[in-house]
Design a binder for this molecule. Structure first.
Ligand SMILES: C[S@@+](CC[C@H](N)C(=O)[O-])C[C@H]1O[C@@H](n2cnc3c(N)ncnc32)[C@H](O)[C@@H]1O
Length: 194
């Protein structure tokens, strides 16, 4: 087994043992550990949530007083009392909920294999996620968003720097080395227009 396959297999087994519905759970867990995204009692919006690994991590971190709104085109693979699922397309449907402490987006296109196309769609999804965060985050809120490195990333980072007190690009260990996946971590939403 090649090292990258072994790593994927390792995270798959760990996810199964921990009862997480996806390996992706470890990415947000690592980001939270490093940057302190969640606190008990928070309201969290999870964009591109299916099958639900990120929501599982958030629910554990925010505890029974908190709640997660999860949005995806596809259904989740688990349920919880303080988890609400909204089946919608973030590029087509209007999202009218707000008042969140955290907005997180692991939105990603169905990979077509044509890199330029996939990267373009991913940037559209990330731009939309930032737009949703700007409209629905409370002042002081946090935003985490998947990006595919390439054209459009620097524009998103510059826009985020105007809106948040802290902005950083990071690549979690749980992310495949060869993949161009990066995560934008933004803290302390300034909410200038409120
Ligand atoms: C990498 S997966 C998310 C994995 C998830 N964070 C987890 O931990 O289980 C990306 C998700 O984005 C969703 N997605 C892509 N485009 C979307 C859109 N336009 N509207 C809603 N969901 C979308 C896909 O359906 C897919 O479930």
């Amino acid at each position: 087994m090649r090292p990258e396959e072994a790593k994927r297999d390792h995270y798959r087994k760990m996810a199964k043992r921990a009862g997480y519905v996806s390996r992706a759970a470890f990415k947000i867990k690592e980001i939270d550990k490093k940057y302190g995204i969640f606190k008990a009692g928070q309201r969290v919006l999870d964009l591109g949530a299916s099958p639900g690994g990120w929501s599982q991590i958030a629910l554990k971190a925010i505890g029974p007083e908190g709640e997660v709104y999860a949005i995806d085109r596809r259904p989740l693979k688990f349920e919880a009392n303080n988890l609400k699922f909204l089946q919608m397309d973030v590029l087509k449907d209007k999202i009218s909920i707000s008042g969140f402490d955290v907005v997180m987006s692991d939105l990603a296109p169905n990979v077509s294999g044509v890199w330029e196309h996939d990267q373009y769609v991913q940037i559209q999804l990330a731009q939309r996620a930032l737009e949703i965060a700007e409209a629905s985050l409370k002042r002081g809120g946090n935003f985490v968003c998947k990006l595919f490195d390439g054209e459009g990333v620097s524009e998103i980072v510059s826009r985020a720097k105007k809106e948040f007190g802290f902005v950083k690009l990071t690549k979690p260990k749980a992310s495949r080395k060869q993949s161009s996946e990066l995560y934008l971590v933004c803290k302390n939403y300034l909410r200038r227009n409120a």
